[in-house]
Write a protein that binds this ligand. Structure first.
Ligand code: BES
Ligand code: MN
Ligand code: ZN
Length: 524
C-alpha cells in the first residue's frame, strides 16, 4: 500500500473512497469544516443530507456510507465517528485509518483518501505516522490459503492519501508517514509468520524466512543447525526440539548501523574503514516454538490449534530487525530466535529429564509444556556471553498465567532493572502497545530451584507468570534485562479496527520506540 501525504483542496482529490472523520458536535450542516462544506456543495450536498437526518452523530462506532452522483470525483464517501475532539490521540487515529481501509477492502475500493481530522492533541508528523500505521495494519489479510478470495472476496487497497488541511512542514509529515509505513509493514510480516500453520512453518522455514528478510533489507543472518547447537552445548533448545522430526534452529539477525554506513561508503568510494567507538548493543530474543503440543505433558485438544502462534515472540523479533534496518536505527541491534517444535514422540524429552544448558546450568524438566523457558535459557546465555549487550529484551508467549492476569489488554513486563522496565512501559504506551509491569521477587527465583538440578522448569500454579520470569532471570546475570510475556496479546479472537482475528504482531512497534529513544532516556 502506497501512503502519501498532501495538503490539497478536497475538490481536487480523485479516489474510490473518501473517508471523512468527524467529531461529536461537528456533524451539523452549519459546523461542517469549510473545506468539507465546499466539496459537499460541489457534489450536490450528500453529506449535508446525512447530517440533517441526525443519523450520524460522530460517536466512535458511527459510520455512514454516502454515494455522490455517478461521475463525481470521489466514488464513495465514508463518514467516520471520532468521538469527542479533545480525547483524540494517536491510537484514535490508528483506529480511524484502520476502519477506513478495512471498509475500502470490503468495498473493493483500491484508492482511498483520508481527510486528516483537525484535533489539537496530535501534531501533524505524529498524526501522519499514526494514520499510516493504522492504514497499513488495517489492510492486513491472511488469505494465502483461500481459493475463494479471487472473484467475490475483498480486494487490496493499493494507495491511500492523507489529506491535511494545511501543512507547515510537509517534509516532516512525509518522513513520519514513511516511518509509520515501515513499522506497520514490519508488524504485518510478524503477523503473517505467526499466522502460518505449523506444517508450513517448522523451525527450518522460520529460519529461512528470517534469512530472506535479512537479505532484502541488508542484515547479517546466521542460522545454527543441530550439529552446531550440539557443538556449542545448547542442550535446552536441543531437548525441546528432539521429539519432532522438524529439527530446531537458533537464528541470529544483526543490524549494525555503523557497519552498514561503512559498507555503503566503501561501495561509493572505496574509503577505508573508519573505526569509532562501538555502538551500544541491544539484544532482542524471541521464543520461536513453531508448535506447542505440550510434548509428553500434552495439552488438552481444545484450542490446541492456537499453539501455532507460539512463535509470536520470534515473529516480533524478525519484524523489529526489519524495521531497525530500514529505519537505520543508530545502534547495534541483535535479534536471536530460539526455534523448536514441541511434540511428544519416542524421541521426545520427558518429565524427570535433566538438561544441561549453554550456561552450564542444569534444568530438571518437571513439565515438558514449560518448554519456552528451556529454549530461551540457551538464547539468553548466547546473547549475554557473545555480545555483552547494554540491554536484553525477550518476547515470549510464555504462560497461560500471564494471559489470565492481564487478559488481551496488556503485555506483562518483568525484569531485573526497574529503569529498563519503566522504559519498556513508556515505549509501549507511546507506540500504542500497552505493557504493564509485573513483580519479579527473590521468592519467584527461589521457587525455580531444584533438588536434583540447578533449576526446575515448572513450579506449580502460584504466580506462574512471575516464576517463569524468575527462571529466565537465572540466565542473564546482571545484564539489564526485561521479559515481555505476550501470551495474552500475541493473537486475538476478536477483530478490532486495525486488527483482524489472528496474530497481532505485538511488540514490533514497542521495540522500535524503545530503540528510537534509546540514547535519549535514562541509562539503565
Ligand atoms: N505456550 C504456552 C503458554 C500459553 C498458553 C500461551 C496459552 C498462550 C496461551 C507455554 O509453553 C505453556 O504451555 N506454559 C505452561 C507452563 C506451565 C506448564 C508451568 C502454562 O502456562 O500452562
Ligand atoms: Mn508449553
Ligand atoms: Zn509454549
Amino acid at each position: 500500500m502506497r501512503v502519501s501525504v498532501t495538503a490539497q483542496d478536497l475538490r481536487a482529490i480523485r479516489c474510490d473512497l473518501l473517508a471523512i472523520p468527524l467529531f461529536v458536535g461537528d456533524p451539523s450542516e452549519r459546523r461542517l469544516p469549510p473545506r468539507l462544506a465546499a466539496l459537499d456543495r460541489e457534489l450536490g450536498s450528500p453529506v449535508a443530507a446525512v447530517l440533517a437526518s441526525g443519523d450520524f452523530r460522530g460517536r466512535p462506532a458511527d459510520s455512514v456510507l454516502v454515494y455522490p452522483p455517478a461521475g463525481s470525483s470521489v466514488k464513495r464517501i465514508l463518514l467516520l465517528g471520532m468521538g469527542v475532539e479533545a480525547a483524540v490521540d494517536a491510537e484514535a487515529l490508528r483506529r480511524c485509518a484502520g476502519s477506513a481501509v478495512r471498509r475500502a477492502v470490503q468495498l473493493r475500493a483500491p484508492s482511498v483518501a483520508l481527510v486528516v481530522p483537525g484535533g489539537r492533541r496530535v501534531q501533524p508528523p505524529a498524526a501522519a505516522q499514526a494514520l499510516a500505521e493504522g492504514a497499513v495494519l488495517g489492510g492486513f489479510r491472511f488469505d494465502a490459503y483461500r481459493e475463494e478470495k479471487a472473484d467475490e472476496g475483498p480486494a487490496d487497497v493499493t494507495a491511500i492519501q492523507l489529506v491535511f488541511d494545511r501543512l507547515a512542514s510537509p517534509g516532516r509529515a512525509r518522513t513520519a508517514a514513511a516511518r509509520g509505513t515501515v513499522l506497520a509493514e514490519s508488524q504485518n510480516l510478524a503477523r503473517r509468520l505467526s499466522n502460518e500453520p505449523a506444517n508450513a512453518l517448522p523451525p527450518a522455514v522460520l529460519a529461512q524466512e528470517a534469512q530472506k528478510m535479512a537479505k532484502q533489507v541488508g542484515l547479517d543472518c546466521l542460522v545454527m543447525e543441530v550439529p552446531e547447537l550440539k557443538k556449542r552445548g545448547m542442550g535446552g533448545i536441543l531437548a525441546v526440539g528432539q521429539g519432532s522430526s522438524n529439527p530446531p534452529r537458533l537464528v541470529v539477525l544483526e543490524h549494525n548501523a555503523r557497519r552498514s554506513a561503512r559498507a555503503a561508503k566503501s561501495r561509493r568510494k572505496k574509503a577505508s574503514a573508519r573505526t569509532g567507538r562501538p555502538l551500544p548493543t541491544i539484544c532482542l530474543v524471541g521464543k520461536g516454538i513453531t508448535f506447542d503440543s505440550g510434548g509428553i505433558s500434552i495439552k488438552p485438544s481444545a484450542g490446541m490449534q492456537d499453539m501455532k502462534h507460539d512463535m509470536s515472540g520470534a515473529a516480533a523479533v524478525v519484524g523489529a530487525l526489519r524495521a531497525a534496518a530500514l529505519l537505520r536505527i543508530p545502534l547495534h541491534v541483535v535479534g536471536l530466535i530460539a526455534a523448536a517444535e514441541n511434540l511428544p514422540s519416542g524421541t521426545a524429552y520427558r518429565p524427570g529429564d535433566v538438561v544441561r544448558t549453554l550456561s552450564g546450568k542444569t534444568i530438571e524438566i518437571l513439565n515438558t509444556d514449560a518448554e519456552g523457558r528451556v529454549v530461551l535459557a540457551d538464547a539468553l546465555t548466547y546473547a549475554v556471553d557473545e555480545y555483552e549487550p547494554e540491554a536484553v529484551v525477550d518476547l515470549a508467549t510464555l504462560t497461560g498465567a500471564c494471559m489470565i492476569a492481564l487478559g488481551p489488554w496488556a503485555t506483562g513486563v518483568f525484569g531485573n532493572n526497574d529503569r529498563l522496565v519503566e522504559r519498556i512501559r513508556r515505549a509501549g504506551e507511546s507506540a500504542g502497545e500497552r505493557a504493564w509491569p509485573m513483580p519479579l521477587l527473590d521468592e519467584h527465583r527461589e521457587a525455580m530451584k531444584s533438588k536434583v538440578a540447578d533449576l526446575r522448569n515448572a513450579a506449580g500454579r502460584a504466580a506462574g507468570a512471575s516464576t517463569a520470569a524468575g527462571f529466565l532471570a537465572a540466565f542473564v546475570g546482571d545484564v539489564p534485562w526485561t521479559h515481555l510475556d505476550i501470551a495474552g496479546t500475541g493473537w486475538t479472537d476478536r477483530a478490532r479496527p486495525y486488527q483482524p482475528i489472528g496474530a497481532t504482531g505485538v511488540g514490533v512497534r514497542l521495540l522500535l520506540e524503545l530503540l528510537r529513544t534509546w540514547k535519549e532516556g535514562p541509562r539503565v
